[in-house]
Design a protein around this ligand. Sequence first.
Ligand code: GDP
Ligand code: MN
Length: 376
Amino acid sequence: MKIHEYQAKQILAKFGVPVPAGEVCTTAEEVERFAASLARPVVVKAQVHVGGRGKAGGIKVAKDASEARQIAADMLGSKLKGLTVEKVLVEEALDIRREYYLGITIDRAAQKNAFMISSVGGVDIEQIADKTPEKISKLHVDPATGLLDFQIRQACFAANLDPAAIASTLRFARALYDAYIAIDGSLAEINPLVLTGDGSVIAADAKINIDDNALFRHPELAEWEEESEEDEIEAEAHRRHIQYVRLGGDIGIIGNGAGLVMTTIDEVNRAGGRAANFLDIGGGARAELVRNALEIVLMDPHVKGLLFNVFGGITRCDEVARGIIEATSTMDIKVPVVIRLAGTMEAEGKALLHGASLIAADTMQEAAATIVRMTR
Ligand code: GDP
Ligand code: MN
């Protein structure tokens, strides 16, 4: 689960992680009042679940309360990367000497938490991670010992942090790790971690994700879940009880079984394509379910072709074929649809598909190659 920056900072403050004085506001009047109470320059920050708010105009510095009010009036209700800004976080503006990056996340390959630090944090960190990953120093945390001070120090030296900042960064990292573990985080990212003019470090930004499977242990955090900010198609799929995740490519994927769908996505990649989504229709394939799945996948305007991959176990291929034919015959589908059916009653299923304007493939590899070719 994603939480907002202001919520992340509330958590961090409880664990002794230094964060700027701030308050979340929903009206320009509140913003003005709070900025006036600080009586110093402030930064007004849009609270929406997107990255790169700075570059998109969602982070603005105001020299006084009336300017803060004006900025908030423009920002509240406006759209930032497609999401409506309903809240802003107002904070004391920082005296930024350096912008570092500090992050903790799960490294699935290592089966451990990874701790990362860089002396070149800020709004271009993605580019740095991509082009010069050596500028981010990384260590793995042994779950039995936790994050150890010497490890943090080593990572700070390796990352070329200002020597004067190392002691305070060490305390910061320890507190951040404690918070991350206590809330069952899957990501805690501070970018930038600001080294201020007076030599202290403070979390200018904070992004925290919480492991959904652990939310039952944190009812007070589970309350923060918001549906409105989900991807629109994902939200609609959620309402229809369909397991759908948008992935950004242009080949729609529908399959039965999460493992099979993931493998299908891999095969599409291997064939040189990019999957638009993950969609698992689970067991059974009545026309109603198939139609819902097709509708969800086709809501994504980027979808140029569709790949149906079904393995008939308990679900019979002929039933699936009937479901697909029935659903597609009542829909106006403008993109090619490739279907791979295998397993129970495969021959019967394929025979049914034969007359329909659907393209049948024998293997998953062939199906992936076909749909990739057809969408080129
Ligand atoms: P993001 O763009 O969504 O990651 O939002 P950030 O909170 O990280 O802000 C983006 C950038 O705004 C930072 O990297 C800073 O360079 C810049 N910025 C300038 N003044 C301030 C300030 O007082 N506080 C914060 N948080 N950022 C500031
Ligand atoms: Mn940031």
